[in-house]
Design a protein around this ligand. Structure first.
Ligand code: ADP
Length: 328
């Protein structure tokens, strides 16, 4: 679609919610206003597109949301959009409402959906990476990740206070089913004795020797941060195995869970979401489609959706070394 033919942009949030999604919607809507485009909010992800749950948005409709967690448009996992019939209904909604292009704020699943839809109906779209996991290729950071890290270290700091008071070993599970970014960074940021992530092959022997080392060096409490997707075992299994090996240890488990998804977005996330929201609108007006707007080395970069979905962000080996050096 040529530059001049885009008059109305529809925006939706889809998949797992992340702090900063509201900030991104606000940026999209205000950028549309700046460039004299209409913006339409689509509620509940792809379900809203299928069921025609739309509302026109203007610069004032997005006031007071820059600092609010979650997404005021609501998010959804839509089974219907996975079907041809569902996507046909979505296309009808787009035609009836004269939507020329879409901005999809979500994770790789949402981008996969957008890509299938694009192949079938050719509606231009740009993706904005909104997920706390930071597991999307083509951007150094995803929206929500920084906030989740800050929430995690605040929680771990509190747990450490009680761990130190009772000579305890705490196993703390943080989010990340496929990726260890939250675990590795929150573990370093909170001074964890050990950090277990799916990208690194761990062993119980190494874990036990790390805990032993910490005891010998005079530590009277330890925190072990475990990513949800750790392959050696889940946080309870790891805690049980450790208790069997060290029957004298007072071991506790905390699963941080959904608190990592909520809360007011950090300044980093607000700035990121603001920049990516504007970049997505500008990208569409310049004729870009089937791409994701991301930030690399602090510059806006567009990556093909195919790459964003298929490739993976690698864990930085230097960070693993940092964690090892500091745990003594
Ligand atoms: P996230 O975007 O957080 O990774 P999901 O993986 O749940 O979340 O994907 C969000 C939604 O995207 C799904 O509920 C579905 O509606 C849509 N989607 C994902 N994959 C496909 C696909 N292959 N075809 C059509 N729609 C899809």
């Amino acid at each position: 679609m040529s530059k001049s033919s885009i008059k109305t942009i529809g925006v939706l949030t889809s998949g797992g919610d992340a702090p900063g999604m509201n900030t991104a919607i606000r940026a999209v809507v205000r950028a549309c206003s700046y460039y004299n485009l209409n913006s339409i909010g689509i509620r509940e992800g792809y379900d809203g597109l299928i069921n025609n749950q739309l509302s026109k948005l203007d610069a004032r409709s997005v006031k007071y949301i820059i600092n609010r967690g979650g997404t005021f448009l609501k998010s959804a996992r839509s089974d219907e959009f996975r079907t041809k019939e569902g996507r046909m209904k979505a296309y009808q909604t787009i035609q009836e409402n004269e939507i020329d292009a879409l901005i999809i704020i979500g994770g790789d699943g949402s981008f996969r959906g957008a890509s299938v839809f694009y192949e079938e109906y050719g509606i231009p779209f740009i993706g904005i990476p909104g997920t706390i996991d930071n597991d999307i290729f083509g951007t150094d950071y995803t929206i929500g990740y920084d906030t989740a890290l800050n929430t995690a270290i605040e929680a771990i700091d509190r747990i450490r206070d009680t761990a130190t008071s009772h000579n305890r070993v705490f196993f703390i599970e943080v989010m990340g089913r496929d990726a260890g970014f939250i675990a590795l960074n929150s573990g370093i940021g909170s001074g964890a004795q050990d950090i277990l992530i799916p990208e690194v092959k761990d062993s119980l022997e190494e874990l036990f020797s790390s805990l032993e080392k910490s005891e010998i060096s005079g530590k009277n409490s330890s925190v072990v941060v475990v990513a949800e997707g750790e392959e050696l075992g889940n946080v309870y299994e790891l805690a049980n195995a450790t208790k069997e090996h060290f029957p004298d240890y007072d071991i506790r488990v905390t699963v941080l869970g959904h608190i990592q998804r909520g809360g007011s977005p950090s300044c980093m996330d607000r700035v990121l979401a603001s920049r990516l929201g504007i970049a997505a609108v500008e990208g569409l007006t310049e004729g870009k489609t089937n791409v994701m707007a991301g930030l690399q080395s602090n510059k806006i970069v567009f990556t093909s959706i195919e790459e964003a979905i298929k490739k993976h962000n690698e864990i930085d080996k230097e960070l693993i070394k940092v964690a090892e050096i500091l745990a003594r």
